[in-house]
Design a protein around this ligand. Structure first.
Ligand code: ATP
Length: 582
């Protein structure tokens, strides 16, 4: 793999960020050789005196060399501190930015992407893969580069003094690289297995935690949750295979490289005996030669880790290359009517909407009713462009939504769902998600209109009270009213209500209905309802069954036709006073 590609991978597509940290780390690694060069020169000077080649003991020269060595150690230390800081800061900054970019990219992906993608894998890419590339970028890559560069310098130096010694020292290196290259395919496979096992174990753990209530309620034991246990065992096996299989091969590669030192020693003795070489030279060769392979050996031992980290980088790039939901047009000003024209849509292979044509008129309240699974929520998801239809088109203000910029479209729509999601943040912040620029006064006004101000004021810290993740510390009705306050703050001309009051008790339902009354005033409203009594006043009721629009009209019109709506109405009238018998 080319170094540019590696850089692209480990920097999650932003290689320039890592140039400085790597250069610093390589220089600092190279500085490590300098003290040994001084040491070699010192040995050389002492030897020449004892060999009778110089008259005086080289005291001054030795002191100078010692000072040089000391200076080199100080420079080396400072260099290492700077390199360490630059490398780690560079890697962490690159991955913080990378994570934020990826999060932004995910937001712009069509929801259909997440239908086919494992959410655990996306989570692992977001967190685990970035951890992997941080490690690769800050530690292993600079070490590898320096580990390769220092032998190259040493080889050139050796070549300068004696080409035979240089050759003996480095002749085994290509063999080691050949061995490493030969196992790369196997290593890739093992790495992918480990990565997938890690994702599966993460998913199963998440499922286990999410299902904790059911596990406790039904007293599910280990054997009932063997999937979790099995995924841990698979992960363990994958890890052992990866470490145990590849570890010895890399140790062999290191041994082959270090064999060069013994070859060089033999060559040195041979040259020495033949009188073609002097002892001091030999000693310097041995000293430097012994040290030159250390960084490379350490780097090679970490090569499997590095290659594994590259898998994380590749996953990030794959995710970043997923096409975003885009559009260049802006919804027309003052037009908020939505129309479906022969729309066909499927989540997977099964058709959910079949040739649906309907109009959601501006300024009107349109209700969508029908049996469960008929496609009511899917209509809202398409109208909000969470997905694009596979057949036909959806228009907003007469413009094909597939050409609209999703963010601009979403500014025109507020959505209130049955399942309200609140973020682990303060009450105030959760309402502010409706409009980030809102003032505290505007937030309080929205909260009052949504009938949540009173319960907020009773909370220990009022608007500053923290909400548990997903809003777990509030009741269903309270959460619902907060989400309405959020929608009121957004002040979008179109409002979608998806079963907003379905799961509430009568008292809460009344409160929420009051809040909804404020929200829908003067707006284009599309409302999904199971309980038909909530839609009798709608301007238009659309009846969906099995993905098709089977009826539309006002409540009175539909009752007269004696179709599905009348049948559902009849059924609901009968169940009003139901009770458990027996
Ligand atoms: P309900 O009244 O029960 O909420 P609905 O009329 O709103 O149902 P939709 O939620 O639109 O119906 O679902 C229509 C069909 O599409 C159902 O069969 C449902 O199982 C399927 N479906 C909905 N969401 C998804 C999804 N994310 N992935 C796959 N299938 C889905």
């Amino acid at each position: 793999m080319r170094i540019k590609k590696i850089y692209e991978i480990i920097s999650a597509g932003n290689p320039r960020k890592l140039v400085r940290p790597t250069v610093c780390a390589v220089i600092s690694n190279l500085l490590n050789i300098i003290p040994f060069c001084f040491l070699g020169l010192a040995v050389f000077s002492i030897y020449t005196f004892y060999a009778g080649e110089t008259v005086n003991f080289p005291v001054t020269r030795l002191w100078t060399l010692w000072a040089g060595m000391l200076a080199a150690v100080v420079v080396m230390f400072i260099g290492q501190v700077i390199a360490y800081r630059t490398a780690y800061r560079g890697a962490y900054m690159a991955s913080a930015e990378g994570r934020a970019n990826l999060a932004e990219h995910l937001r712009k992906l069509p929801l259909s992407y997440f239908l086919h993608k494992d959410s655990g894998e996306v989570g692992e890419t977001m967190m685990g893969s970035f951890d992997m590339i941080e490690q690769a970028a800050s530690g292993i890559l600079p070490q590898l580069l320096a580990g390769i560069i220092s032998p190259v310098f040493a080889f050139l130096g050796f070549l300068f003094f004696d080409w035979r010694m240089a050759l003996a020292m480095f002749i085994s290196m290509p063999v080691a690289f050949l061995l490493i290259w030969a196992v790369s395919g196997w290593e890739k496979r093992l790495g992918h297995n480990t990565y997938n096992a890690r994702v599966a174990a993460g998913n199963n753990t998440q499922e286990y935690l999410d299902g904790m209530k059911v596990i406790k309620a039904y007293n599910l034991r280990g054997e009932n949750f063997s999937r979790l246990k099995n995924s841990f065992i698979t992960l363990m096996k994958a890890n052992i295979k990866q470490e145990g299989g590849l570890g010895p091969i890399y140790l062999i590669a290191v041994a082959i490289i270090k064999a060069g030192i013994s070859l060089m020693t033999v060559m040195g003795i041979y040259l020495l005996l033949g009188g073609a070489f002097s002892v001091p030279f030999f000693v310097v060769f041995l000293l430097v030669g012994n040290h030159v392979f250390e960084p490379l050996s350490a780097a090679i031992i970490r090569l499997p880790e590095f290659r594994f980290d590259l898998i994380g980088g590749k996953k990030i790039l794959e995710l970043l290359s997923e096409p975003m939901m885009e559009g260049v047009n802006v919804p027309p000003k003052n037009r908020h009517d939505i129309a479906f024209e022969h729309v066909g849509f499927a989540y997977g292979d099964t058709d959910v909407l079949k040739d649906v044509s309907l109009e959601l008129k501006q300024g009107e309240l349109t209700a969508i009713v029908g049996p469960s699974g008929g496609g009511k929520s899917t209509i809202l998801r398409l109208a909000a462009r969470f997905y694009d239809p596979q057949k036909g088109r959806v228009t907003f203000g007469g413009v094909d939504e597939a050409t609209l910029e999703p963010e601009k479209l979403m500014r025109r729509i507020s959505m209130v769902f049955q399942d309200v999601y609140l973020f682990e943040d303060t009450i105030e912040a959760n309402i502010r998600y409706g409009r980030e620029s809102a003032t505290k006064e505007e937030i309080i006004t929205a909260a009052k209109e949504a009938r949540c101000h009173d319960f907020i004021m009773k909370l220990p810290n009022g608007y500053d009270t923290m909400v548990g993740e997903g809003g777990s510390t509030l009741s269903g009705g309270e959460k619902q009213r907060l989400s309405i306050a959020r929608a009121l703050l957004k002040n979008a001309p179109v409002v979608f209500l998806d079963e907003a009051t379905a799961s509430l008790d009568p008292e809460n339902e009344w409160e929420v209905q009051q809040a909804i009354g404020r929200l829908v005033k003067g707006r284009t409203v599309v409302m999904i309802a199971h309980r038909l009594k909530t839609v009798v006043k709608a301007d238009k009721i659309i009846v969906l069954e099995d993905g098709r629009m089977v009826q539309q009209g006002t409540h009175d019109e539909l009752l007269k036709t004696n179709g599905l709506y009348a049948h559902l109405w009849e059924l609901q009238q009968q169940t009003v006073g139901w009770k458990i018998t027996g």
